[in-house]
Ligand binder design. Structure first.
Ligand SMILES: *Cc1c(COP(=O)(O)O)cnc(C)c1O
Length: 444
């Protein structure tokens, strides 16, 4: 290396790490991330791709915006429960509860006595208050875990009687029959794909029956020559020795009480009064809370599940308990609010966005999405944009929010249904930038 080689001027690592801007970033993002960015910038300077003076600024610019690699997105797809973007967004109160629970918190401690208390008692009490027909409640990691725990505790080594019309795939290749088989229970399939009758269940039930399982086919609809057996018909099915067969109803979506906008969607309260022994459901679909598996129903049966060794492996985190309790006790969660927005309410927001961009609004149908009511359209209005804009919105310049729009029939659609109204301006900003990048007209 000659004396005037610019590589001699590349700042040393310890000097760079002492730069106040990089030191601050180290406190925020961690030492490893900052060191990596510094090393990469030094390498580039050594290869002559960068002036030595620019190493610090380049390292700084290369740092991620946040400590988690997950990027927040504005959901302009019109799909309310969208699994790819984390299903239910938490309400502001739930968010606050998560932050409070993130430190040390009395999750298993009675502050009055100083003794150990039941974990998550507040969330369980909130669930019981929301579903008065339930004798007891239990919270596990997700809907699938609730189902696995119920079938394991009630039917491992025995039979689960289920209709062939309800052996569904719940997404990402996971199939209910496989899930149940993994618990060591044997599946006893009854009826046919389109029709199952009470006689089919009665014929199958015997001394080996652990439980009857009713699954709500939440992601598709069968129409035509169909028939199924309701919970009220199954409530008193007995084994030959006279004992009652418990009925587990996997309702999926997590509606706790009926919703007039979703007439075909089962809810926990009605399912219990109709005769289910236990109801299992997800916390982050129509309930609008964190990922969780909800179990409500007969107190003695819930206790059997709670005491099963597997329950410990499916236990939820304190953050989940905090978010769930706040969702249950707090105001209407975002999922419920978005779902009930009418076309008339959405029109002025779509009009304002379209006017700012010099584009048109078109009538659209939003969807409930990944966890319920597959046949229910949600009429609204969207701003139409070229498909290339949709792609650009997904990968904008740093500092511009990521907006996820929908592509349908070769058009890009920006639907504000699932965007909090106070974020409409962010969607507009992202669209202005995307249209400008792609040379579209963008009077702002
Ligand atoms: C979504 C769903 C599940 C799985 O619940 P997760 O919370 O995703 O584990 C199980 N059964 C039904 C009917 C569902 O709709």
């Amino acid at each position: 290396m000659s004396h005037d080689d610019p590589r001699r001027r590349i700042p040393r690592t310890d000097v760079l790490l002492a730069d106040p801007r990089l030191a601050h970033a180290r406190e925020r993002l961690g030492a490893g991330v900052v060191r990596e960015a510094v090393t990469a910038a030094q390498e580039r300077a050594r290869r002559g791709e960068l002036e030595p003076e620019d190493v610090a600024a380049t390292a700084l610019a290369a740092l991620p915006e946040r400590a988690s690699s997950m990027t927040p997105v504005l959901n302009a797809t019109g799909v309310v429960v969208h699994t790819n973007v984390g299903r239910a967004p938490l309400s502001p109160v739930a968010l606050e509860a998560v932050v409070d629970a993130a430190g040390y918190v009395d999750v298993e401690l009675d502050l009055d006595t100083g003794a150990r208390s039941r974990r998550g008692a507040g969330a369980l009490a909130a669930l019981r208050a929301s579903v008065p027909a339930a004798g007891a409640a239990l919270v596990v990691n997700n809907g699938a875990a609730a189902l696995v725990l119920a079938t394991t505790a009630l039917a491992s080594g025995r039979e689960v009687v289920v209709s062939r019309g309800e052996l569904v795939e719940i997404g990402d290749g996971f199939r209910l029959p496989d899930l149940i088989a993994s618990t060591g229970a044997r599946l006893r399939e009854v009826g046919t794909t389109n029709r199952t009758h009470l006689a089919d269940y009665l014929e199958a039930v015997g001394p080996e029956t652990g439980c009857i399982l009713k699954v709500h086919p939440s992601n598709f609809r069968v129409a035509g020559f169909v028939s199924s057996v309701g919970l009220s018909e199954l409530r008193d099915v007995r084994r030959p020795d006279g004992s009652i067969v418990p009925v587990v109803a996997d309702i999926g979506s997590g509606l706790l009480t009926p919703d007039a906008a979703l007439p075909d969607e089962p809810d926990a309260s009605t399912s219990l009064t109709d005769g289910a022994t236990l109801v299992t459901a997800s916390g982050d679909k129509l309930l609008g809370g964190p990922q969780a598996g909800i179990v409500v129903g007969d107190a003695a049966t819930v206790e059997t599940l709670r005491r099963h060794p597997l329950a410990r492996a499916l236990r939820v985190d304190k953050l989940t308990l905090a978010a769930l309790e706040a969702t249950l006790r707090g105001p209407v969660p975002p999922v419920t609010a978005f779902l009930h927005l009418t076309a008339a309410e959405l029109r002025p927001r779509a009009d304002r966005l379209a006017a700012a961009l010099g584009r048109e609004v078109v009538p659209v149908e939003g969807r409930v999405g990944g966890g319920g009511a597959p046949g229910v359209p949600l009429p609204g209005w969207a701003v139409e944009v070229p498909v290339a804009v949709v792609e650009r919105l997904r990968r904008p310049e740093p500092g511009t929010p990521v907006v996820l729009a929908r592509v349908e029939d070769g058009r890009g659609l920006v639907d504000l249904r699932c965007v909090p109204p106070e974020r409409d301006a962010d969607v507009r900003r992202a669209l202005v930038a995307a249209l400008a990048d792609l040379g579209g007209s963008s009077p702002s």
